[in-house]
Design a binder for this molecule. Structure first.
Ligand code: G3P
Ligand code: MG
Length: 343
């Protein structure tokens, strides 16, 4: 009876915890598996002493492809099924904006993938910078526009259309062209190209960014600039050209809106796994970046674990944003320690 009591208590504890995983630098590096990541998912999917599933979701500032495609790719790399119902990338919460805007400019990412993402979110009329360049190449004087790009774009007369909002979904592949077009739109009368607003504020269309990371680790020895750096460039240009501050909305970690969205996803996932949509008491965020994963998790009251397989390479805990549950060599060590504490 005592053994049964103990195991019942453990089952209850296991049902009252959940993990939130950062992806890059915790489970994978780009397309390369971090080996401990594979084992962690096996454990949480039921290969544990209780034989039950421990809920977990994925919360990444990554971007640039549809959720279905990214989950398929991650399932393959990690050798475990990853559902879109347990997955949030930087632009995922922006699907809610489709209710408010019809014609939008979507910026960033490879080829036309972000157009596809926005269309899947329900945006009715998605314009990308190439559509505008194909209409009027003089808008981007230094751009070399290829025949293939012209053939795949969707030009029309943008002097007769109001673009209602700008959505930066992913990293710009051409800062000069994208910044020029964004700045033209921000300074225009209600998003109509070839106009310049008399009042830069009342006629300005809104701009949204899917995440704010300044830097991103890549194959290059020194991290590369990311969306946050692109945004700061735009803000400085806007201020210099208009004298006004640029109001903008940023999603992604560590922004509050993204953590609130994560709560909804955790609750729905709890319902799928345990038939109980109550939020678990003990949520563990595992991340490699103190300035996004850890600061955001700490502010949101989660237990935070910092791993040494990505951005963070320091000795001991991070000074500015210390992880509340500690620093671990890798994701497996973090998960094993959390499970040992809770069960
Ligand atoms: O900075 C963009 C992205 O690569 C970060 O991904 O999974 O570490 O939030 P993640
Ligand atoms: Mg990371």
């Amino acid at each position: 009876a005592q053994i049964q009591d103990l195991s019942g208590k453990k089952v209850r504890a296991a049902k009252d915890m959940a993990f939130v995983f950062d992806i890059d630098g915790v489970l994978v590096h780009g397309d390369r598996l971090i080996p401990e990541g594979k084992r962690v998912l096996e454990i949480l999917n039921g290969d544990n002493e209780l034989g039950i599933k421990i809920p977990h979701i994925f919360l990444t500032n990554g971007s640039g492809k549809p959720e279905t495609a990214r989950c398929q790719q991650l399932s393959k790399i990690l050798h475990s099924p990853i559902s879109t119902d347990q997955f949030i990338q930087s632009h995922t919460p922006m699907r809610a904006l489709a209710e408010y805007y019809k014609t939008v400019l979507v910026v960033g990412g490879e080829g036309y993938k972000c157009r596809e993402v926005a269309e899947q979110y329900g945006f009715i009329d998605v314009v990308v910078p190439n559509d505008i360049v194909a209409w009027d190449e003089t808008i981007a004087p230094y751009r070399v526009f290829t025949d293939a790009e012209r053939a795949t774009s969707r030009p029309r007369d943008f002097s007769k259309i109001n673009i209602e909002a700008i959505m930066v979904f992913s990293d710009s592949r051409d800062y000069a062209t994208d910044m020029q077009i964004i700045m033209d739109l921000l300074r225009s009368e209600n998003g109509r190209l070839r106009t310049v607003a008399k009042d830069p504020i009342s006629q300005r269309i809104p701009i949204y960014f899917s995440q704010g990371d300044l830097l991103c680790p890549t194959e290059h020895p020194i991290p590369r600039m990311s969306q946050g750096a692109f945004r700061i460039g735009l803000e400085a240009m806007y201020k210099a050209l208009t004298g006004e501050d640029l109001e903008r909305v940023v999603y992604g970690k560590p922004e509050l809106a993204t953590y609130k969205y994560a709560d909804e996803v955790i609750a729905n996932w709890m319902e799928q796994i345990h038939n109980d949509e109550r939020l678990p008491t003990n949520i563990y965020m595992i991340g490699d970046n103190p300035a996004s994963d850890i600061i955001g998790g700490n502010m949101y009251g989660w237990n935070t674990c910092l791993v040494r397989t990505g951005v963070y390479q320091g000795e001991g805990n991070d000074e500015n944003n210390p992880a509340s549950f500690g620093v671990f060599k890798n994701v497996l060590k973090a998960v094993q320690t959390a499970i040992r504490k809770e069960l």
